[in-house]
Design a protein around this ligand. Structure first.
Ligand SMILES: Cc1cc2nc3c(=O)[nH]c(=O)nc-3n(C[C@H](O)[C@H](O)[C@H](O)COP(=O)(O)O)c2cc1C
Ligand SMILES: Nc1ncnc2c1ncn2[C@@H]1O[C@H](COP(=O)(O)OP(=O)(O)OP(=O)(O)O)[C@@H](O)[C@H]1O
Length: 272
């Protein structure tokens, strides 16, 4: 998979190199079950047409830029992890578009002509609610027209769980409430964060969303298959993670925390 950091300055160079492709569109933070439905649908379309599959995502999160910094988005999957997951899914080209005020101000038509037509897209796949262009005015029902009739569109229906749309937002909300045990129903696995254990402290890699303050049952594991079950505490500062028991030194170095269960404090259970 080729990863391309795209912006207004280098767009013309990448347009010259582009070949016909199918493209999946969106932020894809967390690569939850709704995102996987979009990407797997796009994979199928690319196979049917025997062309490469590209994914176009945006960084920083549009909400942060559009709110002019008022809305701060912590990520579920930092870029490096998203890149690895997309590569494993079989994506051929991963475009990360620099989402800044200038880009946000593109009209829906201009975005489609410059970033889809211009990059060889002839079939676009996104979810039912994908929006594009200034004020989010663009939507899938007008994309073909915005492309001058050149791009066919597949709209993926809402993937929901008990009536609730599966979204990165609802996953972040559950994380901050400590409801990590519910997440496999949304992302198909337990939520994981990557970082370093130096023998004394955990240091998470940047951008992860840490579960809310509280105690958690977790599995600590490294890339060579070593793992232990432990209880960790996220302190009230919401960023410090402490492990209650000793962590074996064979886990020193890069370490994943697999968040499995929030331990409800007994005091919360006390019925006054
Ligand atoms: C080129 C481009 C420009 C965009 N500009 C805006 C914008 O000005 N305002 C906006 O609300 N959304 C804009 N969006 C849509 C956002 O990416 C995002 O979909 C929207 O904020 C709704 O987010 P949500 O569906 O996750 O709530 C733009 C998207 C693209 C691709
Ligand atoms: N539950 C879902 N069902 C179908 N498509 C979805 C679903 N969630 C997201 N998508 C689609 O997947 C792509 C990426 O979604 P995106 O990350 O932009 O939105 P999101 O998951 O709702 O995140 P957020 O909550 O931050 O807005 C978009 O095309 C979007 O329409």
């Amino acid at each position: 998979m080729e990863t391309i950091l795209l912006n207004q300055q280098n767009l013309a160079d990448w347009q010259k190199k582009a070949s016909p492709n199918v493209m999946a569109l969106g932020c894809f933070d967390g690569l939850h079950l709704g995102h996987c439905e979009v990407i797997n649908t796009a994979i199928q379309k690319a196979k049917e047409r025997q062309v490469p599959l590209s994914v176009m995502s945006f960084f920083p999160h549009p909400k942060t830029v559009i709110s002019k910094g008022k809305v701060h988005v912590n990520y579920l999957t930092p870029l490096a992890e998203k890149e690895e997951k997309l590569r494993k899914m079989g994506v051929d080209t991963f475009y990360i578009v620099e989402f800044n005020q200038e880009f946000a101000g593109l009209s829906p038509e201009q975005f489609v002509l410059d970033y889809l037509n211009g990059l060889g897209v002839f079939h676009a796949v996104a979810g039912f609610d994908f929006s594009y262009g200034s004020y989010g005015a663009g939507h899938l029902d007008r994309l073909k027209q915005d492309s001058g009739g050149r791009i066919d569109v597949t709209k993926v229906a809402k993937v929901e769980l008990r009536g609730e749309k599966i979204s990165s937002t609802c996953i972040r909300e559950r994380l901050l409430k400590g409801k990590v045990a519910e997440l496999p129903e949304f992302i198909g696995r337990f939520y994981e964060t990557q970082g370093e254990w130096n023998g004394e402290t955990f240091t998470l890699y940047p951008y992860y969303t840490i579960p809310g303050p509280g105690r958690y049952e977790v599995t600590l594991k490294n890339d060579s298959g070593g793992s232990v079950h432990r209880e960790v505490i996220v302190l009230s500062d919401g960023i410090t993670i402490k492990c209650r028991d000793e962590i074996p030194l064979f886990l020193k170095g890069k370490l994943s925390i697999v968040w499995q269960k929030g331990i409800v404090e007994s005091r919360k259970l006390r019925i006054s």
